[in-house]
Ligand binder design. Structure first.
Ligand SMILES: Nc1ncnc2c1ncn2[C@@H]1O[C@H](COP(=O)(O)OP(=O)(O)OP(=O)(O)O)[C@@H](O)[C@H]1O
Ligand SMILES: [Mg+2]
Length: 604
């Protein structure tokens, strides 16, 4: 017989190899357990780089005497009990493997007290149970791990010098502490406190405490953004353009409080910055995604470093859009013209204002949440509106007028495509902006209210559709995709080719973009980001592409725009044959002087 069953010690060590690689992995697992135990004081203390001794102290709920031996058994966990629980995970741990793995490769001591009862201490030395004795802390748990890999010299020889292993342990503590601003974390190395992260009132402060551990940043150079969607919420603490580095290593991504290595989400952050950062430089960012646990699968990697997100495409888009719409930005097309003329760096007023508003995180969050759906007064009260449209008296009158209109009359005043521009003259007089959405102008005895976002979107959309020129990229852009998108592109790359977007597969999951339509020349990053996340029918891809280039690039509802930009935009609007946005909605309202007079009872 050649096949034999492995003995339990060997089995445990093989299993441990997947979870415990070095002291840092022990620290990671023990911190997770302390967080799951509800602790708000967590201290990691190491000696000899964590190889000689690594100790984790917490003030969590503790472990009972009966459970102590169970805790180090394989697949023993208090966190899940049935398969379905995997899809509703709230805890950091769930596999019931960590302590078992640690006990297989070190001397493990767990001392704990449960519900104020007599504390107990359990000792296991490289899978051998040593003792269970009545002593320990009054509250919480102390886990001590000594002589890591002492019985597996081959593994021990792979470890780095203690100083380097110690740094890795500290890094894992800092990384774990990032999303938990309500927990006090301390790191002690060879008896000296190296990091002390007190409890903080906001995530922003916790992230900055960590970013500022090694580099002295001005905190005002960082901003906080937040947005909620149906199934997920995105929170971001990120640096403004003045703070940057030449690698992506400070872009940290968390999904449901767990640090993950998810390259496409890191890329979404970079694309959000677009041209704001010089090429080859990257921000300092902490990105937190709180996603519906049913859409998240962490059960892929033994150390839970990888995650499968069912709604990744949507999350990817929103990260990109949240950052690009919140950072100071330039308005493409129209603003660019002005910039050329003045040969001065140009920031749209809204962008310039955003920049000076990056003072307190709450204020910024408030601005970002302002999406035009609130009334002007509400927004003003909340501090989101800082500048009133110039003709405020006129506006008041106009608002009254609208209120007086009944539904039917309102519909009547909406413009129909066929009879839209019956007037000859292109001349108009721009009056002002209302509700940060409507550009108001007077032309040929009519008053026009133009939805600035939809109008700009339509103009960009036209450019996209009309200009068939294809621009070859001087330097093709390589990009990675995940396996679903890779398979989709292998079959459907032709969809993109029709729009002048040439992509080719270089290797498994590695693609290259060599051309884009001329009209989208400033948007190659957005296009790449879109390709990386899109799967769908030809129509869906087309709609998505136009939306990405036109909608995302367009002036937003909520942007305050200057007179020059407004005039340039209106000029283009009056050149249109048919004022309907790419989604099929009319975006211009016309009120004739006669109608207005009638409303106020003036017949002449
Ligand atoms: N610091 C602690 N405080 C309270 N209970 C703990 C602590 N550490 C471990 N436990 C208990 O021991 C059990 C086993 O821990 P272990 O880390 O091995 O598995 P897990 O956390 O359930 O899953 P995973 O292997 O994914 O970490 C936990 O489910 C928990 O009930
Ligand atoms: Mg655990």
């Amino acid at each position: 017989m050649e096949i034999k069953s492995l003995d339990s010690t060997l089995r445990a060590r093989i299993a441990a190899g997947e979870v415990i690689e070095r002291p840092q992995s022990v620290a990671r697992e023990l911190i997770d357990n302390a967080i799951d135990a509800g602790a708000d004081e967590i201290t990691l203390s190491i000696r000899g780089g964590g190889i000689d001794e690594l100790m984790l102290t917490d003030n969590g709920k503790g472990i009972s005497r009966e459970d102590l031996p169970l805790a180090v058994t394989q697949y023993a966990t208090s966190k899940i009990s049935k398969l379905d629980d995997l899809y509703h995970l709230k805890s950091m741990g769930f596999r019931g493997e960590a302590l078992h793995s640690v006990a297989a490769v070190s001397k493990l001591t767990i001392a704990s007290s449960w519900k104020g009862q007599q504390p107990w201490t359990y000792v296991v030395d490289n899978t051998r149970e040593i003792s269970l004795t009545p002593q320990g802390p009054d509250r919480g748990t102390v886990v001590k791990v000594e002589d890591l890999f002492s019985e597996i010299p081959a593994r021990r020889s792979f470890l780095k010098r203690p100083a380097s292993e110690g740094t890795l342990c500290r890094n894992v503590l800092l990384s774990k502490a990032m999303p938990f601003e309500n927990i006090h974390f301390t790191f002690i190395q060879d008896g000296a406190i190296r990091s002390d992260l007190p409890k903080r009132g906001t995530l922003y402060d916790r992230v900055l405490d960590i970013f500022c551990e090694d580099e002295a940043f001005n905190r005002k150079e960082f901003v906080y953004m937040e947005r909620e969607f149906g199934d997920f919420r995105i929170r971001i603490v990120t640096s403004l353009a003045g703070i940057r580095r030449s690698d992506r290593s400070r872009i940290k991504v968390y999904v449901n409080n767990r640090a993950v290595e998810e390259f496409s989400l890191v890329q979404a952050v970079c694309y959000g910055y677009g041209e704001t950062l010089p090429g080859g430089s990257f921000p300092y960012t902490a990105l937190f995604i709180d996603d519906n646990p049913e859409l998240v699968d962490f059960n892929i990697h033994p150390a839970k470093k990888e995650v499968k997100l069912r709604n990744k495409a949507a999350i990817h888009h929103e990260i990109h859009s949240l950052i690009s719409s919140s950072l100071p930005r330039q308005i493409p097309g129209i603003a660019a013209r002005k910039r050329d003329e003045d040969s001065q760096p140009y920031l749209a007023p809204s962008a310039a204002q955003t920049q000076t508003s990056f003072i307190s995180p709450s204020y910024v969050a408030d601005r970002i949440k302002y999406d035009g759906s609130r009334s002007y007064q509400e927004a003003e009260k909340a501090g989101a509106v800082c500048e009133k449209p110039a003709d405020s008296e006129w506006l008041e009158k106009a608002k009254k007028l609208f209120r007086q209109q009944d539904e039917k009359q309102y519909e009547k005043t909406q413009l129909k495509a066929d009879d839209f521009w019956q007037t000859e003259s292109r001349h108009f007089r721009y009056i002002g902006q209302a509700f940060r959405l409507f550009l108001i102008c007077e032309k040929d005895s009519c008053l026009y209210l133009v939805d600035q976002h939809a109008a700009h979107e339509r103009i960009l959309f036209n450019e996209l559709k009309e200009q068939k020129d294809v621009q070859q990229l001087l330097i093709p852009v390589d990009f990675e995709v995940d396996s679903d998108v890779d398979a989709f592109l292998c079959e459907n790359a032709y969809i993109y080719t029709q729009y002048g977007i040439n992509i080719a597969q270089k290797d498994e999951k590695l693609w290259t973009l060599s051309s884009i339509p001329h009209s989208a020349r400033e948007n190659e990053k957005r296009i790449v980001s879109y390709i990386q996340s899109a799967i769908g029918s030809e129509e869906e891809i087309e709609a998505g592409l136009y939306a990405i280039v036109a909608c995302k690039a367009a002036i937003k509802a909520g942007d305050i725009i200057d007179d020059y930009t407004a005039n340039a935009l209106l000029e283009k609007v009056f050149e249109l044959e048919d004022p309907v946005c790419p989604h099929g909605r009319t975006f211009v309202i016309r009120l004739s002087e006669a109608e207005l007079r009638e409303m106020v009872g003036r017949t002449k």
